[in-house]
Design a protein around this ligand. Structure first.
Ligand code: FES
Length: 120
């Protein structure tokens, strides 16, 4: 069963839309569904100070992107890299066929983190 948290992010997504001058950008396209997700982050002293996303993905992609943009804000880049999409999908009660959507969203975040310049 879907968690209340995921339902909340699904019906009222946060941090959706573009970002000016991000420090890191991560983009992915689902190999099976073909949906696109882009994650953009701003970083200061090794911490994520802002995260935003855009997607042409399904409801699960929107909900997970929204959730992780709030989850990683204020946290260290290394911590964001430890986020696991499969574990998140299981914990939040996503249907099995939506696990790949969570993995895709987290991969976009990981790419955004890796895209940051090291001195940030
Ligand atoms: Fe493509 Fe969910 S079906 S992101």
């Amino acid at each position: 069963m879907l968690s209340r948290l995921i339902r909340d992010h699904m019906t009222a997504p946060r941090n959706q839309g573009d970002m000016e001058a991000p420090d890191g950008v991560g983009q992915v396209v689902g190999p099976v569904c073909g949906d696109a997700i882009a994650m953009r982050i701003k970083v200061s002293e090794g911490r994520i100070v802002e995260a935003r996303f855009t997607t042409y993905g399904c409801w699960a992609a929107v909900a997970v992107c929204s959730l992780i943009t709030e989850t990683v804000r204020g946290g260290r880049l290394e911590a964001a890299l430890k986020l696991d999409g499969t574990e998140l999908a299981r914990r939040e009660g996503l249907p099995e066929d939506k696990t790949a959507c969570a993995e895709l969203a987290v991969e976009a975040l990981h790419r955004a983190v890796r895209d940051c310049r090291p001195e940030k």
